[in-house]
Write a protein that binds this ligand. Structure first.
Ligand SMILES: Cc1cc2nc3c(=O)[nH]c(=O)nc-3n(C[C@H](O)[C@H](O)[C@H](O)COP(=O)(O)OP(=O)(O)OC[C@H]3O[C@@H](n4cnc5c(N)ncnc54)[C@H](O)[C@@H]3O)c2cc1C
Ligand SMILES: NC(=O)c1ccc[n+]([C@@H]2O[C@H](COP(=O)([O-])OP(=O)(O)OC[C@H]3O[C@@H](n4cnc5c(N)ncnc54)[C@H](O)[C@@H]3O)[C@@H](O)[C@H]2O)c1
Length: 454
């Protein structure tokens, strides 16, 4: 076989994005993956978690839900397997890759020349150093989707997206769930008001939410596991799920041998073109520590591969990338939050209780918040360009794409306000919110952003 033009290491979303983009450009592309292509998203992340969440919301019993989960994973994995990738022009090598020198990659004892490479090795669960935890048979996202029987009780460590999504899903299946979060609020990376709504709905679902609380110890107990908390209480449950963040997979890759530098916490150092510190080597996805989402990983992979193969490179622009936490209601965000908005920014806010469709659906938890820059032509009145949005609503994951498109196209809020939206849709709430940059509507008007310290 002739030498590859590009070697992609890792078969998750970032690796798939990179390999497909390179093959489409006619480059001889080799994808090295130490498991079936698909990565975390397909096998241990988005796909199984969203299948489980949908089943829980529709009242499907746990046993049927896990069967459905395996079917859905298999169907999606079949679109990404070695055979289908070969049909797209990508050669797949199954095995663990490592750099042995600049321009050289070894896979299971065979060395390949790698004048261009994309590192897309993803991340693994971060497990806190808590006495007794390692012996407590804890679950992570790599094992929880293999459960066949519903646990009667579950302690979830970590109130980020994984913790909140799965705590609610298991509570809806009938498991008694305790959710422990070290920060003062759930989903600490999102708007504080979003955390409040999610805390309230989880409590309504029967989840025992303990924020501002750390785990100080864990031990096996007759019921399963006993967890000691920093507030001097203990919780016993059948199972324990650790969902306390991620660590990039950059060790055991021989990156130092290739001159590729990493930050202290393992993130591969990349510049605005996703280039690493070694010429010809790019990185994409979770391993970079940039936006930790499937669609962002895929886009980074696509761009990294294109940049490695062409002279005129493009910058990676993360700002208009939306993300969604799939609780009920969903929490969706793009761009800046009110707290992070700069001077001159204005904010429009609308509770879902004032959106007719939400009233009709009897699903009024949540709000829409739009952040816009200054509009100098209108002397600061009116809305400038859309800088960010947070939407908490039953269908927030669908609604966020309008503000995301506005950001991607540098749109002014006036266009959102002026475009006729169908009545009565959830998205009409976005139009009503945007209108507040121009007039008082329903007694509400956009206000200067309040930058609150966290
Ligand atoms: C429970 C859960 C739910 C999630 N839900 C969502 C969601 O709803 N929406 C969303 O956008 N994101 C979600 N995410 C995040 C998303 O899964 C990740 O951001 C995404 O998978 C990152 O893709 P990646 O390609 O960077 O890494 P990965 O998917 O981790 O892929 C990396 C691949 O590289 C392989 N690899 C590692 N080292 C080597 C080596 N030396 N040689 C060869 N191969 C190697 C790994 O085995 C893996 O297959 C979720 C994550 C979790 C854990
Ligand atoms: N819908 C989605 O897009 C989605 C869903 C799930 C996961 N993900 C991604 O997967 C990654 C992992 O998710 P995650 O929720 O594990 O990570 P995370 O880092 O977002 O959240 C982890 C949470 O655990 C808390 N924590 C850390 N140590 C703790 C301890 N000892 N005790 C109690 N709490 C502790 C942190 O304060 C944090 O709130 C994230 O990057 C996330 O964006 C995305």
């Amino acid at each position: 076989m002739r030498d590859p033009d590009l070697i992609v290491i890792g078969g998750g979303a970032a690796g798939l994005g990179a390999a497909r983009a390179a093959a489409r450009r006619g480059a001889r592309t080799v994808l090295v993956s130490d498991g079936q292509p698909g990565g975390d998203c397909t096998f241990h992340g988005c796909v199984p978690s969203k299948t489980l969440i949908e089943a829980a919301n529709r009242g499907v019993p746990f046993g049927d839900a896990t069967q459905r989960l395996h079917d859905v994973v298999a169907r999606i994995a079949a679109t990404e397997n070695a055979e289908s990738l070969r049909a797209e022009g990508v050669d797949v090598v199954l095995g663990k890759a490592a750099f042995t020198a600049p321009g050289k990659v070894t896979v299971e004892g065979t060395t390949m020349p790698a004048k261009r490479a994309v590192v897309a090795t993803g991340s693994r669960p971060a497990v806190p150093a808590v006495p007794g935890l390692s012996g407590s048979a804890y679950l992570t996202n790599e094992t929880i989707f293999d459960l066949t029987d519903r646990p009667a009780s579950l302690v979830v460590l970590g109130g980020g997206p994984i913790g909140c999504e799965l705590a609610q899903a298991f509570a809806r299946f009938g498991t008694a769930v305790t959710l422990v979060e070290a920060d003062a609020r759930l989903l600490p990376r999102q708007e504080a008001q979003a955390s409040d709504v999610v805390g309230e709905v989880l409590a309504c679902d029967g989840v025992d939410v303990r924020t501002g609380t750390r785990v100080t110890g864990a031990a096996r107990a007759r019921s399963g596991v006993r967890v000691s908390l920093s507030d001097a209480t203990t919780v016993e449950a059948e199972r324990l799920l650790v969902a306390t963040g991620r660590v990039p997979i950059s060790d055991e890759l021989g990156l130092a041998a290739a001159g590729v530098e990493c930050h202290e916490d393992g993130r591969v150092v990349t510049d605005q073109y996703l280039a690493t510190t070694t010429r010809g080597v790019y990185a994409a996805g979770d391993v970079t520590g940039r936006l930790p989402f499937t669609h962002a990983a895929y886009e980074m992979g696509r761009l990294a591969a294109a940049n490695s193969l062409r002279r005129r490179r493009s910058r990676y622009r993360p700002e208009p990338t939306p993300w969604v936490t799939f609780t009920t209601p969903e929490v969706a965000q793009v761009g800046v939050t009110e707290d992070a908005a700069g001077a001159g920014a204005r904010v429009a806010y609308l509770p879902m209780a004032e959106v007719d469709r939400a009233l009709a659906a009897g699903s009024t938890d949540g709000f829409i918040k739009l952040v816009a820059g200054p509009r100098r032509l209108l002397r600061g009145t009116g809305g400038g360009r859309v800088l960010g949005a947070t939407i908490v609503a039953e269908r927030a994951g669908e609604m966020i794409h309008e503000p995301a498109l506005a950001m991607a196209t540098h749109m002014f809020t006036g266009r959102l306000a002026a475009a006729t939206h169908a009545y009565p849709t959830w998205s009409q709430g976005v139009q009503l919110t945007a209108a507040q940059f121009f007039m008082t509507t329903g007694g509400r008007r956009a206000h200067p952003a309040r930058n609150r310290p966290r």
